[in-house]
Write a protein that binds this ligand. Structure first.
Ligand SMILES: Cc1cc2nc3c(=O)[nH]c(=O)nc-3n(C[C@H](O)[C@H](O)[C@H](O)COP(=O)(O)OP(=O)(O)OC[C@H]3O[C@@H](n4cnc5c(N)ncnc54)[C@H](O)[C@@H]3O)c2cc1C
Length: 401
């Protein structure tokens, strides 16, 4: 694996880092106290600047108006943008739109692409992904209660979902629902596009997460689908192909998430080191002189470096060997990077003392919002169990001396 970053990417990363430092980080104090709705005009102005700089939608194909970066290249961009909670949104490569656009590009009909894909990539509308249910384990997603029953030329959808991120203000949801109950578990569900103004799409509430319900893009909704009727042409991909498509959506998405988390690690690490060097603890002594803090700095530096190399390797493996062959690498990075991020953010917050608990730095935001990294897109334990099973299987029929 070659770790050289091309000249093109070095130039792109320099521009992005400068933009994050100059235009986004100064907005974070305001962002911590205002709603998304209040921030939206400012964020839209920043988005226009990004478009003018031709750095918009780095992950999306050129033919759809993106920059067409490869997985590794976009991973590096994601790391740079992850330094601010506003980065991905302002550059048009934010979840869940990024994943939804990917599956629409791969599986959408011509009409679906025109109606939904083009405006998402352009940033004119937002979307959400509605799979997890209130009463059933997201860790075993084949257990789904939501149904989509055919009625004439329509589907009638009923179900109770939650954690549908960014549903508030989204134009449509991609809903996972059982369409073929007679099939084996992995072939029972389909993805169906549901415009959020369809009668029967009921957004019950934005769920309070660690004390913050949020709004707009920065929220997670509970949704009741009650006799929600959409035409059959809103089926995305084949009937019963929901889980196959979901797997495709998660693979590259995990690389993007992990690189974003590394961006968070880098920012938290910078804040930690800066604070340690400048916090006077006595005459001529700063926090940086304390051996415990020095150990945290060394441990965090090494863990970030190890995690980063693992993610770049996983992205490279996915690009060169394909998703299936890179399954082990992807499982590993998902839990290693999520835990590294938890630890680095926690240590950075600790070094800041009382200040770390306030919203005067971005650390408290990271601490609240990013704990979820160990739960979504497969909880730590799910990845560990499936990775261990695959590894152990290889030892069943060989002898080792
Ligand atoms: C911030 C956030 C955003 C999200 N966004 C979305 C979204 O946009 N769309 C969407 O559909 N969903 C979303 N989710 C839901 C997420 O995908 C689920 O929370 C996740 O799949 C876990 O499902 P669960 O919450 O039902 O936990 P459960 O499945 O009930 O699992 C609970 C715990 O059990 C343990 N566990 C599970 N399986 C095993 C195992 N095999 N062995 C050992 N232990 C195990 C794990 O510790 C796990 O955390 C989001 C969640 C969060 C927190």
């Amino acid at each position: 694996m070659d770790f050289t970053i091309s000249e093109k990417m070095q130039a792109i990363l320099a521009l992005i880092n400068e933009f994050v430092d100059r235009e986004l980080i100064p907005l974070e104090r305001e962002f911590a106290t205002k709603s998304f709705a209040q921030m939206e005009p400012t964020l839209n102005a920043k988005r226009d600047m990004v478009k003018k700089m031709e750095l918009w939608a780095p992950n999306h194909p050129v033919e759809y108006g993106g920059m067409g970066l490869t997985l590794v290249e976009h991973g590096l961009v994601s790391e740079a943008l992850g330094r601010s909670p506003l980065g991905h949104y302002v550059f048009g490569c934010h979840a869940p739109d990024a994943g939804n656009a990917e599956i629409l590009a791969l599986h959408g009909s011509k009409e679906q692409k025109e109606k939904y894909l083009a405006p998402i990539i352009d940033g004119r509308i937002r979307s959400c992904f509605s799979m997890t249910e209130v009463d059933l384990p997201g860790s075993n997603p084949v257990m789904l209660d939501t149904t989509a029953v055919k009625d004439g030329g329509n589907y009638v959808i009923n179900g109770h979902k939650w954690y549908t991120t960014a549903a508030d203000g989204a134009k449509f949801a991609i809903v996972m629902a059982v369409t073929n109950p007679e099939q084996p578990p992995y072939l029972r569900a389909s993805m169906i596009i549901v415009p959020t103004d369809t009668p029967g799409f009921n957004l019950v509430r934005n769920i309070p997460v660690m004390g913050h319900a949020g709004d707009g893009y920065f929220s997670h909704a509970e949704i009741l689908y009650q006799n929600c009727v959409v035409p059959q042409e809103n089926l995305l991909g084949g009937e019963g192909h929901g889980f196959v498509i979901a797997q495709e959506r998660l693979g590259p998405g995990r690389i993007h998430h992990c690189m974003r988390w590394l961006g968070i690690c880098n920012r938290a690490f910078d804040l930690m080191c800066h604070r340690a060097c400048h916090r006077q603890m006595g005459p001529g002594k700063t926090l940086a002189s304390k051996q415990i803090v020095q150990q945290w700095v060394a441990d965090c530096a090494a863990k970030i470096q190890a995690a980063r190399l693992m993610v770049l390797h996983a992205a490279w493996a996915m690009e060169t060997k394909g998703h299936k062959e890179a399954r082990d690498e992807v499982s590993m990075i998902k839990f290693v990077v999520a835990n590294t991020m938890s630890e680095v953010v926690d240590k950075a917050l600790q070094v800041h003392g009382g200040l770390g608990m306030t919203d005067d730095t971005v650390l408290a935001f990271f601490f609240r919002h990013e704990r979820a990294a160990r739960i979504y897109d497969g909880a730590d334990e799910v990845h560990k169990v499936s990775l261990a099973r695959r590894i152990l299987k290889r030892y069943e029929n060989i002898s080792v001396r």
